[in-house]
Design a protein around this ligand. Structure first.
Ligand code: PGA
Length: 249
Protein backbone atom coordinates (compact mmCIF):
# COMPACT_ATOMS: atom_id res chain seq x y z
CA UNK A 1 0.00 0.00 0.00
CA UNK A 2 1.31 3.49 -0.87
CA UNK A 3 1.93 5.31 2.42
CA UNK A 4 0.17 8.50 3.52
CA UNK A 5 1.92 11.53 5.00
CA UNK A 6 -0.65 13.99 6.30
CA UNK A 7 0.20 17.45 7.63
CA UNK A 8 -2.21 18.91 10.19
CA UNK A 9 -1.39 22.61 10.38
CA UNK A 10 -3.99 23.20 13.14
CA UNK A 11 -4.80 26.88 13.91
CA UNK A 12 -1.39 28.18 12.86
CA UNK A 13 0.08 30.75 10.54
CA UNK A 14 -1.08 33.52 8.26
CA UNK A 15 -2.34 33.36 4.69
CA UNK A 16 1.12 34.38 3.44
CA UNK A 17 2.77 31.62 5.49
CA UNK A 18 0.29 29.00 4.28
CA UNK A 19 0.91 30.04 0.67
CA UNK A 20 4.67 29.98 1.19
CA UNK A 21 4.58 26.48 2.69
CA UNK A 22 2.28 25.13 -0.05
CA UNK A 23 4.50 26.66 -2.75
CA UNK A 24 7.57 25.22 -1.02
CA UNK A 25 6.09 21.69 -1.05
CA UNK A 26 5.02 22.11 -4.66
CA UNK A 27 8.58 23.02 -5.69
CA UNK A 28 10.03 20.04 -3.81
CA UNK A 29 7.50 17.70 -5.41
CA UNK A 30 8.37 18.98 -8.85
CA UNK A 31 12.04 18.30 -8.20
CA UNK A 32 11.50 14.88 -6.61
CA UNK A 33 13.28 12.02 -8.31
CA UNK A 34 11.71 9.12 -6.41
CA UNK A 35 8.13 7.89 -6.02
CA UNK A 36 6.36 9.80 -3.28
CA UNK A 37 3.71 8.77 -0.77
CA UNK A 38 0.21 10.26 -0.78
CA UNK A 39 0.68 13.73 0.67
CA UNK A 40 -2.24 15.62 2.21
CA UNK A 41 -2.00 19.11 3.73
CA UNK A 42 -4.69 20.29 6.15
CA UNK A 43 -4.59 24.09 6.65
CA UNK A 44 -7.15 26.08 8.65
CA UNK A 45 -10.45 26.90 6.92
CA UNK A 46 -9.60 30.44 5.77
CA UNK A 47 -6.50 29.25 3.90
CA UNK A 48 -7.99 26.18 2.23
CA UNK A 49 -8.81 27.85 -1.08
CA UNK A 50 -5.40 29.56 -1.43
CA UNK A 51 -3.58 26.29 -0.72
CA UNK A 52 -5.90 24.32 -3.05
CA UNK A 53 -5.28 26.86 -5.82
CA UNK A 54 -1.50 26.52 -5.45
CA UNK A 55 -1.60 22.70 -5.43
CA UNK A 56 -4.37 22.15 -7.98
CA UNK A 57 -2.16 20.57 -10.68
CA UNK A 58 0.03 18.66 -8.23
CA UNK A 59 -0.32 15.22 -6.62
CA UNK A 60 -0.65 16.86 -3.18
CA UNK A 61 -4.21 16.74 -1.84
CA UNK A 62 -5.78 19.15 0.61
CA UNK A 63 -7.96 18.30 3.59
CA UNK A 64 -9.81 20.15 6.33
CA UNK A 65 -9.48 19.68 10.08
CA UNK A 66 -13.17 19.11 10.87
CA UNK A 67 -16.66 19.37 9.38
CA UNK A 68 -20.28 19.66 10.50
CA UNK A 69 -22.49 16.61 9.94
CA UNK A 70 -25.34 18.56 8.30
CA UNK A 71 -25.12 19.57 4.66
CA UNK A 72 -26.30 23.15 5.29
CA UNK A 73 -28.41 25.17 7.69
CA UNK A 74 -28.40 27.47 10.69
CA UNK A 75 -25.13 26.38 12.28
CA UNK A 76 -23.22 29.60 12.83
CA UNK A 77 -19.48 29.19 12.66
CA UNK A 78 -19.59 25.67 11.24
CA UNK A 79 -18.52 24.32 7.85
CA UNK A 80 -20.15 21.34 6.15
CA UNK A 81 -18.49 18.45 4.33
CA UNK A 82 -20.38 19.57 1.21
CA UNK A 83 -18.80 23.03 1.44
CA UNK A 84 -15.34 21.52 1.87
CA UNK A 85 -15.84 19.33 -1.18
CA UNK A 86 -17.14 22.35 -3.08
CA UNK A 87 -13.86 24.26 -2.60
CA UNK A 88 -11.74 21.25 -3.58
CA UNK A 89 -10.93 19.38 -0.37
CA UNK A 90 -10.48 15.62 -0.68
CA UNK A 91 -9.99 14.68 2.98
CA UNK A 92 -11.22 15.76 6.40
CA UNK A 93 -9.82 14.98 9.84
CA UNK A 94 -12.57 13.82 12.21
CA UNK A 95 -12.48 13.25 15.96
CA UNK A 96 -9.06 14.79 16.57
CA UNK A 97 -8.36 14.76 20.30
CA UNK A 98 -8.35 18.58 20.33
CA UNK A 99 -11.94 18.54 18.97
CA UNK A 100 -12.93 15.89 21.51
CA UNK A 101 -11.34 17.86 24.34
CA UNK A 102 -12.18 21.50 23.55
CA UNK A 103 -15.49 20.93 21.77
CA UNK A 104 -16.65 17.93 23.80
CA UNK A 105 -17.12 15.76 20.75
CA UNK A 106 -18.16 12.18 21.47
CA UNK A 107 -18.76 9.06 19.42
CA UNK A 108 -22.28 9.94 18.29
CA UNK A 109 -21.31 13.21 16.60
CA UNK A 110 -18.06 11.74 15.28
CA UNK A 111 -19.96 8.90 13.58
CA UNK A 112 -22.37 11.37 11.99
CA UNK A 113 -19.49 13.50 10.73
CA UNK A 114 -17.80 10.46 9.20
CA UNK A 115 -21.04 9.41 7.53
CA UNK A 116 -21.70 12.87 6.14
CA UNK A 117 -18.14 13.20 4.80
CA UNK A 118 -18.22 9.79 3.09
CA UNK A 119 -21.69 10.42 1.67
CA UNK A 120 -20.53 13.62 0.00
CA UNK A 121 -17.29 12.10 -1.31
CA UNK A 122 -14.67 13.30 1.19
CA UNK A 123 -12.31 10.80 2.81
CA UNK A 124 -12.41 11.12 6.60
CA UNK A 125 -9.32 10.51 8.72
CA UNK A 126 -10.66 9.26 12.05
CA UNK A 127 -8.35 9.98 15.01
CA UNK A 128 -8.38 7.76 18.07
CA UNK A 129 -6.03 7.24 21.01
CA UNK A 130 -5.74 6.93 24.78
CA UNK A 131 -4.90 9.63 27.33
CA UNK A 132 -1.92 9.62 29.69
CA UNK A 133 -3.82 8.00 32.54
CA UNK A 134 -5.18 5.22 30.35
CA UNK A 135 -1.69 4.64 28.99
CA UNK A 136 -0.16 4.51 32.45
CA UNK A 137 -2.70 1.99 33.66
CA UNK A 138 -2.19 -0.30 30.66
CA UNK A 139 -5.62 0.29 29.09
CA UNK A 140 -4.45 1.43 25.64
CA UNK A 141 -5.54 -1.64 23.69
CA UNK A 142 -8.92 -1.64 25.36
CA UNK A 143 -9.50 2.08 24.67
CA UNK A 144 -8.42 1.84 21.04
CA UNK A 145 -10.65 -1.12 20.37
CA UNK A 146 -13.55 0.58 22.17
CA UNK A 147 -13.13 3.77 20.13
CA UNK A 148 -13.04 1.85 16.86
CA UNK A 149 -16.28 0.13 17.86
CA UNK A 150 -18.05 3.32 18.94
CA UNK A 151 -16.76 5.91 16.45
CA UNK A 152 -16.93 4.05 13.16
CA UNK A 153 -20.18 3.65 11.28
CA UNK A 154 -20.63 -0.07 10.66
CA UNK A 155 -21.47 -0.13 6.97
CA UNK A 156 -18.58 1.73 5.35
CA UNK A 157 -16.23 0.47 2.68
CA UNK A 158 -12.50 0.20 3.38
CA UNK A 159 -11.34 2.60 0.65
CA UNK A 160 -13.59 5.36 1.98
CA UNK A 161 -11.63 6.38 5.07
CA UNK A 162 -8.40 6.23 7.11
CA UNK A 163 -7.77 5.73 10.82
CA UNK A 164 -4.99 7.47 12.76
CA UNK A 165 -3.77 6.26 16.15
CA UNK A 166 -2.75 9.36 18.09
CA UNK A 167 -2.02 8.86 21.80
CA UNK A 168 -3.16 12.09 23.48
CA UNK A 169 -0.07 12.27 25.66
CA UNK A 170 2.17 12.12 22.59
CA UNK A 171 0.53 14.99 20.71
CA UNK A 172 2.76 18.07 20.76
CA UNK A 173 4.68 16.75 23.79
CA UNK A 174 7.85 15.41 22.19
CA UNK A 175 7.04 12.01 23.72
CA UNK A 176 6.15 8.94 21.68
CA UNK A 177 5.23 5.37 22.56
CA UNK A 178 8.00 2.82 22.05
CA UNK A 179 8.21 1.25 18.60
CA UNK A 180 7.10 -2.01 20.19
CA UNK A 181 3.98 -0.31 21.58
CA UNK A 182 3.15 1.32 18.26
CA UNK A 183 3.58 -2.02 16.50
CA UNK A 184 1.30 -3.77 18.97
CA UNK A 185 -1.44 -1.13 18.78
CA UNK A 186 -1.35 -0.80 15.01
CA UNK A 187 -1.56 -4.61 14.75
CA UNK A 188 -4.62 -4.57 16.98
CA UNK A 189 -6.20 -1.82 14.87
CA UNK A 190 -5.70 -3.82 11.68
CA UNK A 191 -7.15 -6.89 13.35
CA UNK A 192 -10.18 -5.00 14.70
CA UNK A 193 -10.81 -3.29 11.37
CA UNK A 194 -10.57 -6.54 9.46
CA UNK A 195 -12.99 -8.31 11.78
CA UNK A 196 -15.45 -5.38 11.73
CA UNK A 197 -15.52 -4.63 8.02
CA UNK A 198 -15.21 -6.72 4.91
CA UNK A 199 -11.79 -5.84 3.47
CA UNK A 200 -11.02 -3.89 6.65
CA UNK A 201 -7.33 -4.82 6.49
CA UNK A 202 -7.11 -2.47 3.51
CA UNK A 203 -8.03 0.59 5.59
CA UNK A 204 -4.89 2.71 5.90
CA UNK A 205 -3.77 2.93 9.54
CA UNK A 206 -1.63 5.92 10.46
CA UNK A 207 0.41 6.90 13.51
CA UNK A 208 0.39 10.48 14.86
CA UNK A 209 1.90 12.26 17.87
CA UNK A 210 5.29 14.02 18.00
CA UNK A 211 6.45 12.68 14.64
CA UNK A 212 9.74 14.30 13.62
CA UNK A 213 12.33 13.91 10.89
CA UNK A 214 14.30 11.76 13.37
CA UNK A 215 11.65 9.19 14.28
CA UNK A 216 9.59 9.08 11.04
CA UNK A 217 11.55 6.33 9.26
CA UNK A 218 11.54 3.97 12.25
CA UNK A 219 7.78 4.36 12.72
CA UNK A 220 7.03 4.04 9.01
CA UNK A 221 9.04 0.83 8.84
CA UNK A 222 6.83 -0.90 11.42
CA UNK A 223 4.33 -3.47 10.18
CA UNK A 224 0.76 -2.12 9.89
CA UNK A 225 1.88 1.54 9.78
CA UNK A 226 0.54 2.88 6.49
CA UNK A 227 1.47 6.50 7.13
CA UNK A 228 1.82 9.39 9.54
CA UNK A 229 -0.35 12.26 10.75
CA UNK A 230 2.04 15.09 11.53
CA UNK A 231 1.29 18.30 13.44
CA UNK A 232 4.17 20.59 14.46
CA UNK A 233 6.74 19.15 12.06
CA UNK A 234 4.41 19.68 9.08
CA UNK A 235 4.75 23.45 9.50
CA UNK A 236 8.46 23.30 8.77
CA UNK A 237 9.24 22.84 5.09
CA UNK A 238 12.61 21.11 5.46
CA UNK A 239 11.55 18.85 8.31
CA UNK A 240 8.26 17.79 6.73
CA UNK A 241 10.07 17.08 3.49
CA UNK A 242 12.40 14.78 5.42
CA UNK A 243 9.37 13.03 6.93
CA UNK A 244 7.92 12.60 3.43
CA UNK A 245 11.22 11.15 2.24
CA UNK A 246 11.32 8.71 5.15
CA UNK A 247 8.43 6.93 3.49
CA UNK A 248 9.45 3.98 1.36
CA UNK A 249 6.26 3.17 -0.44
P1 PGA B 1 2.11 16.73 16.70
O1 PGA B 1 0.53 16.71 16.42
O2 PGA B 1 2.79 16.08 15.53
O3 PGA B 1 2.45 18.17 16.82
O4 PGA B 1 2.33 15.97 17.96
C1 PGA B 1 -0.07 15.61 15.79
C2 PGA B 1 -1.56 15.84 15.66
O5 PGA B 1 -2.16 16.43 16.57
O6 PGA B 1 -2.18 15.43 14.67
Amino acid sequence: MQQYIIGNWKMNGTKAEAQKLATGFLNRIQEATRPLPHIVLCPSYPYLTSVIEILKHSPIDVGAQDCHPEKSGAFTGDVSAAQLLDVGCKYVIIGHSERRRYHHEGSAIIRRKIESAIKIGLRPILCIGENAEEHKTGRTLHIVSQQLASDLPSDQKPHEFLVAYEPLWAIGSGQTPSLKEVEEIMGLMKYELSTRLLGGALIPTLYGGSVTAENAADILNLPHVDGLLVGGASLKLDEFWEVINASER
